[in-house]
Design a binder for this molecule. Structure first.
Ligand SMILES: [Fe+2]
Length: 459
C-alpha cells in the first residue's frame, strides 16, 4: 500500500514536472533552403497598361487611425500623383495629392515612388481608392479601424521575415484564408531579402512589392525594419543605411514625435503599438532611447489597454542561430517593458516560432550571479515569429535543454493572429503553413497586464 502510494506520487510529480517545462515540438519538417519564386511567377506579374501603378501598399498614416498612407510605383513616368477616394455609401469623391521620390542604388534606378497621405477619415468605415491615370487606373479598398477605446475588439496578423519564396506565398495565402480574419498586419521586419542578390539587386524589392500587393493594398501593414532592410554596401558606395526601405515604405513617425521613420508608435482600436529599430542606436542618450522611454509614459491604458512592442531581433530566443543578438537591447529596455507592463513583444529575425513565459532578467547586474530569468507577473510575453518563409530557410538548431523561460518552440513556417476581445482578454494563435487554415499549432489567452487586477500603479 505504501509502495503503491509512493509510485503514485512519483508518477504525479513526473507528470507535473513535464507540464511545467516548456515544449519543443517534435514535428519533423523539411529543412532545405528554399529558393525565391522565379521572375516569371504569376505573383510578380506587372499590371497591364502603360505606366500602370504597381506595388500598391497602405499603412497607417497618423497616430489615431484616421489616416492612411497610400503608396505605389509607376515605372515609366511620374503620372498622376493623386489618390481619388470615397467612403462606401457616399457619392462624394475626394482627391488628395502626394509626393514622388526616386532613388539610385549602384546601377539600379527605382521607378517613381508615390506616397499619398489621406487624413481625417471616418473611423470604422470602408473606403474605395483609385490610383493611376487616364485609361490605366487601379481601384482598391480599405477599412479604417474603430475609434480607439478600451473594449474595442480588433484582430492583428503577425508576419515576419517573409521574403519571396513559395513558402512566403503560402504564408500570405494562409493568412488570407484564416477564418480569424486579420484586419491589419504587424510586420516584424525583413521584407524582400533583395540583399541576398549580387549588388543587392533592387529589382527584387520590386518583385516583393508586387507579390504582397494582393494583401497590403487592402489592409495596412505596420512596418518594422529588420537587418535585411539595412542595405549597407560601402564597397559599391552604398553607405546610407535603410535606403531602399525608407524610400519605399513610409511610416507615420512624425505623428508620434519620432525623429526617425524606423521607430514610431500608433494607436489602433484598443492597442497602442510601439515599433523599435534593432539596428539603430538605442543606448542611453540616443534619440531612440529618449523617444521610447518618453513614449511609454504617454500610453493611456484606459483608452488603449493593449501595449504591444514590435522589434526585429528578439530579446529572448533559445535557438542557436542569432543567439543573444538582442541581449544588449534587453539589458537597456527590459526594465521599462516590465515597469510599464507591456503585454507582448513580437519579434522576428530567428526563422522559427517561439513563445516565452512571462519572465524577466532585470535582477541581473553582471556581478551578482542572478543571471537566470525569473517568473515575473508584470513582464510581457515574448513571441518570435520570424517564420514567414524566406530563402534562408528555417532554423532548426536549438539550445538544449530548453530553457525554462521558453514555453513553446518549433521551426515551421507560419503566421500569427493576435485577437483582442476586450480590455482584459486577447487570444494569440500561431498558424503553421502545413495545417488547415483554422488550425492553431500553439495558442495562448493573454490577460491584460494593466487591467488584470483592475488597476495598475503605473499610469
Ligand atoms: Fe533578420
Amino acid at each position: 500500500m505504501i509502495l503503491a502510494r509512493f509510485v503514485h506520487l512519483l508518477v504525479v510529480s513526473i507528470f507535473l514536472g513535464v507540464c511545467e517545462a516548456g515544449l519543443t515540438s517534435s514535428y519533423v519538417r523539411e529543412t532545405g533552403i528554399a529558393t525565391d519564386m522565379p521572375l516569371d511567377s504569376d505573383v510578380f506579374r506587372v499590371p497591364v497598361g502603360y505606366n500602370a501603378p504597381q506595388q500598391v501598399h497602405i499603412t497607417q498614416g497618423d497616430h489615431e487611425g484616421r489616416g492612411v498612407i497610400v503608396s505605389w510605383i509607376t515605372p515609366d513616368e511620374v503620372g498622376s500623383t493623386s489618390v481619388l477616394y470615397w467612403a462606401e455609401n457616399s457619392q462624394h469623391k475626394k482627391t488628395v495629392n502626394g509626393d514622388v521620390v526616386r532613388y539610385k542604388y549602384y546601377n539600379y534606378t527605382s521607378g517613381y515612388i508615390h506616397h499619398c497621405t489621406i487624413n481625417d477619415l471616418e473611423f470604422d468605415t470602408k473606403y474605395y481608392y483609385v490610383v493611376g491615370w487616364g485609361n490605366v487606373t487601379r481601384k482598391f479598398w480599405f477599412v479604417t479601424p474603430p475609434r480607439p477605446g478600451p473594449d474595442v475588439p480588433y484582430t492583428f496578423g503577425l508576419i515576419g521575415d517573409l521574403g519571396q519564396t513559395r513558402n512566403s506565398n503560402q504564408t500570405v495565402t494562409h493568412y488570407e484564408m484564416n477564418p480569424a480574419n486579420g484586419q491589419s498586419i504587424l510586420f516584424v521586419g525583413d521584407l524582400s531579402y533583395a540583399d541576398s542578390y549580387p549588388l543587392h539587386d533592387n529589382t527584387r524589392w520590386d518583385t516583393w512589392g508586387r507579390f504582397v500587393e494582393r494583401n497590403v493594398a487592402y489592409q495596412p501593414w505596420i512596418w518594422t525594419a529588420g537587418n535585411h532592410e539595412i542595405d549597407y554596401l560601402p564597397e559599391i558606395g552604398e553607405t546610407i543605411p535603410f535606403k531602399p526601405f525608407t524610400y519605399r515604405y513610409w511610416t507615420p513617425y512624425k505623428a508620434s514625435n519620432s525623429t526617425s521613420p524606423l521607430w514610431y508608435s500608433i494607436k489602433r482600436a484598443s492597442a497602442y503599438i510601439i515599433v523599435l529599430s534593432s539596428y539603430s542606436a538605442y543606448a542611453i542618450y540616443t534619440p531612440q532611447y529618449k523617444w521610447f522611454i518618453n513614449e511609454l509614459t504617454k500610453v493611456n491604458r484606459t483608452e488603449t489597454p493593449w501595449l504591444i512592442v514590435l522589434m526585429h531581433s528578439p530579446l529572448y530566443s533559445s535557438y542557436v542561430h542569432h543567439y543573444m543578438e538582442g541581449e544588449t537591447m534587453r539589458v537597456m529596455y527590459e526594465e521599462f517593458l516590465v515597469k510599464y507592463k507591456v503585454d507582448v513583444v513580437f519579434a522576428g529575425h530567428v526563422h522559427a516560432y517561439e513563445r516565452s513565459e512571462r519572465i524577466s532578467n532585470i535582477q541581473y547586474n553582471v556581478v551578482n550571479g542572478l543571471c537566470t530569468p525569473i517568473n515575473d507577473d508584470s513582464a510581457p510575453v515574448y513571441i518570435t515569429i520570424g517564420d514567414g518563409g524566406n530563402q534562408e530557410g528555417l532554423l532548426t538548431e536549438m539550445t538544449e535543454p530548453q530553457p525554462e523561460y521558453s514555453a513553446y518552440r518549433e521551426p515551421s513556417y507560419g503566421h500569427g493572429i493576435f485577437d483582442i476581445k476586450n480590455r482584459t482578454h486577447a487570444y494569440f494563435g500561431w498558424h503553421r503553413n502545413q495545417d488547415g487554415f483554422a488550425v492553431e499549432a500553439d495558442s495562448l489567452w493573454l490577460v491584460n497586464r494593466y487591467w488584470k487586477t483592475g488597476k495598475s500603479s503605473v499610469a
